[in-house]
Design a protein around this ligand. Structure first.
Ligand code: KIV
Length: 288
């Protein structure tokens, strides 16, 4: 019997891309129809990011996102994916209390939501121990250094990390420590090109950049940002490939005009009785 999973993206396949290419294409998704589009168009890794909180749930930052939010959306994404590797993002406070709770929460992405791996922000000594525990429990981990949005209240604002020498060296160390702890790849968010380049050349595992320049082994963007679906402030690294907010806004306005003037629904978008039933109904239907 033919192996239906033969073109399925696996972690070893992604890791091999570091040496043989091509670059790893990643995007976020939070729902089934979007996941289907990404998968059909050959996106290699789909991250159900906790950016969900900002671009879909309307929160100001990612801190309020819960495990239940993440599992709900990861399930919807997984149901739309055949080929890509689905990664679930560990939300704030799902990995902060104990090693046991971290492993239990992470395992839910694999057991209940169809993900193949989890992403976890940060690389403190305590975080590295958690990465080791997850890998030990057969849960592949995507690391995440540079700007870590869950630290918003400590950082005060989102900004480029590693611009001064100490910060740059810390990012390089953090990424190397994550590799040593067993991460299968590392996201570099909002760091200077030169730092991302140094990390990419130092690591054996792939780097996935977002706002980290062109020299990473792969790239990721938030779907709603690159589609011009979300609104508000966009950092310079967001390239917009569509203007969905405007396109959808125009469609909604056209619908409203049609409804108000009575041109929708029309005959073509309505159901009709057969003439004989319509005539009978005319005779027997209750009169006003
Ligand atoms: O939550 C998210 O979407 C992310 C990506 C920006 C890497 O962490």
């Amino acid at each position: 019997m033919a192996d239906q999973n033969q073109d399925k993206i696996t972690i070893p396949l992604l890791q091999a891309r570091k040496t043989v290419g091509p670059r790893i294409v990643c995007l976020t998704a939070y729902d089934h129809p979007t996941a289907k589009i990404l998968d059909e168009r050959g996106v290699d890794l789909i991250l159900v990011g906790d950016s969900l909180g900002m671009v879909v749930l309307g929160y100001e930052n990612t801190v309020p996102v819960t495990m239940e939010d993440m599992l709900h959306h990861t399930r919807a994404v997984s149901r739309g994916v055949r080929r890509a590797l689905v990664v679930g993002d560990m939300p704030y406070f799902s990995f902060h209390l104990s090693r046991e709770e971290t492993v239990r929460n992470a395992s839910r992405f694999l057991k209940e939501a169809g993900a193949a791996a989890v992403k976890i922000e940060g690389a403190s000594a305590k975080r590295l121990k958690l990465v080791e525990a997850l890998v030990e429990a057969e849960i592949p981990v995507l690391g995440h250094v540079g700007l870590t949005p869950q630290s918003i209240h400590r950082l005060g604002r989102f900004r480029v990390e590693g611009k001064a020498i100490d910060g740059a060296l810390k990012i390089i160390d953090d990424a190397a420590n994550l590799e040593r702890a067993g991460a299968f790849a590392v996201v570099l968010e909002c760091v200077p090109v030169e730092v991302a380049d140094k990390v990419t050349r130092a690591l054996r595992v792939p780097t996935i950049g977002i706002g980290a320049g062109p020299r990473c082994d792969g790239q990721i963007l938030v779907f709603h940002d690159m589609m011009g679906y979300s609104t508000g402030f966009f950092p310079r690294f967001v390239k917009k490939y569509a203007r969905l907010h405007e396109t959808m806004g125009r469609a909604v306005a056209a619908y409203a005009v049609d409804v108000r003037k009575g041109s929708f629904p029309d005959a073509a978008t309505s159901y009709h009785l057969k003439p004989e039933v319509a005539s009978e109904l005319g005779k027997r239907g209750r009169k006003k």
